[in-house]
Design a protein around this ligand. Structure first.
Ligand code: F0G
Length: 527
């Protein structure tokens, strides 16, 4: 396999050192379909079944010939890759295609406006910025309304209205015999308190275990503390909701509730009223949590999230970066879970495995067109990636949605295989989860293994790497655990998964299960 000898590396040197401990530092030289190839000592190509699938971005496999031909034709035609700030972008066509698909799936005529980014995390950042712009505009509108009402209150007092005793009491002020003087003190206190509330840091809501990227803001929505905590000071924080406690969401929203004070004049009396302040920028949800160990959320949770967003007045953002684009068997995983989002974020497979692109679709009721002038990116929405994305959407929809059917049918076959292994090794495999071709195999925790070596690997968070190395060297299979659930292997091959590949995985998994059942660490081979 690959050799680590040679000139010093000025990139990835530590990463490669770590991977090499487990035999995972392989130099792949070619990729096609579900296979990655490396050269053995004789220079011959060796194929590896790739179940990691570009972290789930290869719905159509590596270097899909139809996509590659299309990409070449785009370049051969001297298509403008860069024509920023002009009268037309291919992003318009991608957005039209996305609207057609989403409207069909969600059974709606509603419009979704598309914003573009280069990666998944960047698309999440774009959605964060858009939602915060929207929140800021709503705060400004609310503040302007309060200002208008205060002026109305002042005029009312000038023409004989009185100020209610409650108004003074609620603000902790002494009542005044002179309504005009008293009202000015009330107006000043309202202004002071409202300014204080408006200056509060925004808050986000997200799910425990959720993963939304690793850029400065998006990483604060990513639950894993190792990724998130070192960067806490950089951006606004999220409150995380446990997946099995839909009932807690309402309580969290109540806990964080804040108000702006306003005045209302009725029957010659000026009174104080409370207006809900938009505390939350947005609620981020993966319909199938990927890094948390491939966990589809329950319909009860989806419903509780929707209700909480309606109560809090904040947008619900469905992060479909990993589970979307047909991987779950429908274009959006939200469709199967009954999650109705205000924003939908896509990336990974949108680029067909050959381009880098992401998009945020914003429901018309929430869209702030000013954002188009405020947010820009040199490469977001470039002609090459958007035309590749357009082709990807065309391929998904071709033959009346054959790709979705394949994701369901191949996924069901793979899932049946995994469940059969679980039935034979219930002491080793804890659970098989997922939808379509987004599947997870969770092993029982091996922390109290009778093998000291296995216990040691668990302690050093290395067992998943050992299993990965063994599957690679013994079975020519490439697979990783999910980032935040190390006991769960992520199985996300392309829709072209063959019966032979399923059988190959079956045999390999049974081998690993046998080793774990026997607690025989010596049988793991990582070289
Ligand atoms: N959201 C989800 C649900 C993801 O799975 C990922 C990436 C991102 C956002 C960020 O996208 O990497 O393009 O910036 N998940 C990778 C993974 C890291 O391991 O599946 P990105």
């Amino acid at each position: 396999m690959s050799s680590l000898s040679g000139p010093p590396k000025f990139a990835d040197s530590y990463l490669i050192e770590v991977l090499d401990e487990f035999g995972l530092a392989i130099k792949y030289v070619r990729a096609a379909g579900n296979q990655l190839y490396y050269l053995d000592k004789t220079g011959a190509e060796v194929g590896v079944l790739d179940c990691a699938s570009g972290f789930g971005s290869l719905m159509f496999g590596h270097n899909n010939p139809e996509l590659v031909a299309h990409a070449k034709s785009v370049l051969d035609a001297q298509t403008p890759v860069h024509a920023q700030f002009a009268g037309y972008s291919y992003g318009i066509d991608v957005a039209a295609a996305l609207n057609k698909i989403i409207r069909r799936e969600l059974n709606t005529e509603d419009k979704y406006f598309a914003l573009y980014a280069n990666t998944g995390a960047e698309a999440v950042e774009v959605s964060i910025k858009h939602a915060e712009l929207d929140r800021g505009i709503r705060i400004a509108e609310l503040t302007a309304e309060v200002g208008l009402h205060v002026d109305q209150g002042r005029s009312a007092v000038a023409t004989g209205a009185t100020v209610s005793a409650d108004a003074y009491a609620l603000l902790g002020l002494a009542a005044s015999a002179d309504p005009a003087e008293g009202f000015e003190r009330i107006a000043a206190e309202i202004g002071r308190r409202n300014a204080e509330t408006s200056a509060r840091q925004p808050l986000f809501l997200a799910l425990e275990g959720g993963f939304h990227g690793k850029l400065a803001s998006s990483v604060q929505l990513t639950y894993n503390e190792e990724f998130r905590l070192p960067f806490r000071a950089l951006a606004a924080q999220a409150r995380f909701v446990p997946l099995d406690r839909p009932d807690l969401i309402g309580k969290i929203v109540d806990d964080e509730r804040a108000v702006l004070f306003d005045v209302a004049v009725e029957d010659g009396v000026v009174d104080l009223i409370e207006r809900d302040f938009p505390v939350f920028t947005a609620f981020y949800v993966e319909p199938i949590l990927g890094e948390a160990g491939i966990r589809p959320i329950s319909t009860e949770l989806a419903q509780a999230i929707r209700e909480a967003c309606d109560t809090a007045g904040c947008p619900l953002v469905a992060d479909e970066i990993q589970c979307g684009m047909g991987r779950s068997g429908t274009f959006l995983a939200s469709t199967q879970i009954g999650l109705r989002a205000d924003y939908i974020v896509l990336a990974k497979s949108l680029g067909g495995g050959i381009a880098k692109t992401g998009t945020v679709l914003v429901h018309e009721s929430r869209y702030r067109k000013d954002f188009e002038l405020i947010h820009t990116s040199t490469f977001g929405k470039d002609g090459f990636s958007t035309l590749v994305a357009l082709k990807v959407l065309e391929m998904l929809e071709a033959e009346d949605g054959l790709a979705y059917r394949l994701a369901r049918e191949r996924g069901a076959k793979a899932e049946a295989m995994l469940n059969a292994v679980r039935a034979d090794f219930p002491d080793v495999v804890k659970e098989v989860r997922g939808l379509g071709l987004m599947l997870g195999i969770e092993f029982h925790d091996q922390g109290s293994s009778s093998s000291a070596e296995i216990r040691d690997w668990v302690e050093h968070e290395a067992l998943a790497y050992v299993i990965g190395g063994h599957l690679l060297h013994r079975h020519r299979i490439r697979i990783f655990s999910t980032a935040s659930s190390l006991n769960t292997m992520r199985f996300e091959p392309s829709i072209y998964l063959t019966d032979e590949e399923i059988a190959q995985f079956d045999a390999a998994l049974r081998d690993v299960c046998g080793i774990l059942r026997d607690q025989d660490a010596s049988r793991f081979v990582t070289a």
